[in-house]
Design a protein around this ligand. Structure first.
Ligand SMILES: *Cc1c(COP(=O)(O)O)cnc(C)c1O
Length: 394
């Protein structure tokens, strides 16, 4: 078995089912720059493993705070943070001035809704399988979620979306690009084109897609989190808003003198060390080559599904070639998913997530086990999970 050369065209990668993954250099280098995992970490959709450089930079900043003073240390990090806004903006097709650091993806949505001040009762089109905490936030702001048309798999249906936008346009469309509970990649660029021609703003939840799928889709708002596929620190997120929409937002307090309007959405008190860490993490992502990362993660998803479907009666939910590294498994009859997740961790050292129906009650009919390896996964990790699932069943 030969590995693909580093600069190979993704389409020239190994044939499906061969067990080899494209861009082997990415897997090796991703692993080499991180602490050794205690077990088998197949849980990047929950929280990725940070690199040593990110860990060190995040630890060093509070030291500067102790030496220089917190606000002086923050000022010395200004240039780095501005570079970070620029690179993060680039990943979503926006500029540094359009990017605000916040505390999480949820915090980004809340900041947006506070600033937008939409009248209660405004309709927001969302996937039926929308992430339940997002629906809860929309409702908390008095907004009314209405279903975005989807096909049988839960993917946005462009014809149906076009009809909704023409006949009964919502105030905005909220699209979760990749779900937390399913590795399905929504056709975000197509939905963005439809929204743009209908004059309806599109807000994209990229918590599971930034660093994982192409997020430069032409949305008006993209928000995300640091700790998942970008492998930055916890407690940091980003809110990116195009200038035309940002101009219509009313922050609680005006932006500091001379700063771009989106700076008003950065909390004055923030996890500055975490923001510094995120900037390094996004730098590592860009250095690895976002397209190569996406191609390898998609191949990892395929391999995961091939290796796990049918093992001990567990069934993969996604189609085998869905271009994401998130795989969810439906349990065989009578098997408890949280208990399985706990035993995989305690007895086999395998980190996964049990997703309950409440996470996306509009789509899930029961709990699933989520497996979400990052670039460094090796086929033996997946074999070990398969063996563990068989052992737990016997
Ligand atoms: C994790 C996740 C969020 C929330 O991200 P936080 O940073 O924890 O607020 C939002 N949407 C989706 C789809 C997620 O997977």
């Amino acid at each position: 078995m030969t590995s693909a050369p580093p600069a190979a065209d993704p389409s020239s990668g190994p044939s499906p089912g061969s067990g080899a993954l494209p861009f082997a250099d990415l897997g090796a280098s991703w692993r080499a720059v991180r602490p050794r995992p205690a077990g088998r970490h197949l849980d990047s959709a929950a929280c990725s493993r940070q690199s040593r450089r990110v860990l060190e930079a995040t630890a060093l900043h509070p030291r500067h705070e102790a030496e220089l003073g917190g606000y002086v240390a923050e000022a010395t990090a200004d240039d780095l943070l501005q570079q970070g806004r620029s690179v993060l903006g680039g990943l979503v097709g926006m500029a540094a001035a359009d990017v605000a650091f916040v505390e999480s993806a949820q915090a980004a949505l809340v900041a947006l809704l506070i600033g937008w001040r939409l009248p209660a009762g405004s309709r927001v089109a969302c996937l039926p399988g929308e992430y339940a905490p997002n629906i809860a936030q929309l409702r908390a702001f008095g907004l009314r979620p209405v279903p975005l048309p989807v096909d049988g798999s839960g993917r946005a249906d462009p014809d149906g979306v076009a009809r909704l936008l023409a006949d009964d346009p919502p105030r905005f469309v909220h699209l979760t690009h990749i779900g937390s509970h399913r590795g399905l990649v929504q056709p975000a660029a197509e939905v963005a084109r439809l929204c743009r021609s209908a004059g309806v703003p599109l807000v994209v939840d990229a918590a599971q897609s930034l660093g994982h799928a192409d997020t430069d889709v032409g949305a008006d708002v993209v928000y995300s989190t640091s700790r998942k596929w970008l492998a930055g620190p916890r407690g940091v997120g980003v809110l990116c808003v195009r200038p035309a929409l940002a101009a219509g937002l009313t922050p609680v307090l005006p932006e500091p003198e001379g700063e771009p309007p989106m700076r008003a959405f950065e909390s004055g008190e923030g996890h500055v060390a975490g923001r510094v860490g995120l900037v390094l993490a996004v730098g590592e992502h860009v250095a690895a080559g976002p397209e190569r990362v996406r191609a390898r993660l998609a191949a990892i998803g395929r391999l995961t599904r091939e290796r796990l479907d049918g093992v001990a009666g567990w069934r993969v939910v996604e189609t085998v070639d869905e271009p994401s590294a998130i795989t969810t498994l439906r349990p065989p009859d009578g098997v408890d998913v949280p208990a399985t997740r706990a035993r995989l961790l305690a007895e086999h050292g395998v980190v996964t997530t049990a997703i309950g129906r409440e996470r996306a009650p509009g789509q899930l009919t029961g709990p699933v086990l989520r497996v979400s390896p990052h670039l460094d996964v090796v086929p033996e990790d997946l074999e070990a999970l398969a063996t563990a699932l068989r052992e737990l069943a016997s």
